[in-house]
Design a protein around this ligand. Sequence first.
Ligand SMILES: [Ca+2]
Ligand SMILES: [Ca+2]
Ligand SMILES: [Ca+2]
Length: 380
Amino acid sequence: MARTLLPFLFGLLVTLPASAQDWQLVWADEFDGTEVDAAKWTYQIGDGCPDLCGWGNGEEQYYTDANTIVDGGTLRIEARREDEGGRSYTSSRLRTLGKAAFKYGRIELRAKMPRGSGYWPAVWMLPEADVYGGWAASGEIDILEVFGNDPGTVHGTLHYGGESPRNTFKGGSYTLPVRDFSRSFHDFAIEWVPGEMRWYVDGNLYHTARDWYTTEARFPAPFDQEFHLLVNVAVGGAGGDPSNTTFPQSMEIDYIRVYQSENAEPTVSLDSPADGASASPGSDLTLAATATDADGLISRLQFYAGDALLGEDTEAPYELAVEAVAEGCYNLRARGIDNLGGEAWSSTSALTVGTCSQGPYLMTAQPVPGVIQAEHYDLG
Ligand SMILES: [Ca+2]
Ligand SMILES: [Ca+2]
Ligand SMILES: [Ca+2]
């Protein structure tokens, strides 16, 4: 009797199992005072010249410390049409470099955006130190960007790869069903764990990243180092032509909160199949992974093909038998979960079965006898 995981898989495909990590608040700015907290933030002044004129993006604003207002419980960065430093617009850009930097955790904020061609508000992160080289070899995390000519859509993006011009990026976006991000406050968040980054708007997961790289080190580099926060409203550049847009307008932030756990995340690698391996359609294979936890125990090791959970193993050695694998292309990876809910992901192994002419398809898998509790899987 063939045993299949498919009913089990369909039950889990709706949502990935949520992490039970016990996030603790480690940093926040509620913007409750009457001025920018100098213990947390530093202004970046000017137009980026002479080193990076237009901040590398053809931006048209001159940044000052006069365009930021903390009042009524929020921070507002107001972009204005006015002459300063040879530019026709002013705005502000602040960062926490040298004052606060984070590696892994959950970062959330509540904010609303300006609207109209030319506005380009962003909340983002750059490395505290360029451990893997200059931009973007050491990475960039864009928590949110909104382009003012499309004010109902938010973008979450990672930049990585080699130093410019060998940099690359990948991201996702979310469009509000009605209205846009200027009408009211919305909640934005990222969850960053070893090997995976997730973007949320109003609690909706809209993008997951896991296939980044740097030319200088192994996965999950470069996103395994400390990053600091930046907030700014650029004018022009990718934001579009501002010349017919109403000024001034603001990005208004109610709070930014950073959560982390004292629990160390596991270390996980997918050992078999190797990245780039191939197999014949209908053949059987065994997935194998290793996982360790520096301050606790591994409680579960899960195997994924894309976003689909294939199965899990609760005891080392961590293995999953797959029988009669179907033709297709698979992106396999392993997720380790420790005794406190901390999670980490392996890098991805691409597996080609046959000619790889059909798109990714769910593998069916069965547990190695005696390794995984059969009652969880023997559904056929
Ligand atoms: Ca507030
Ligand atoms: Ca741990
Ligand atoms: Ca096992």
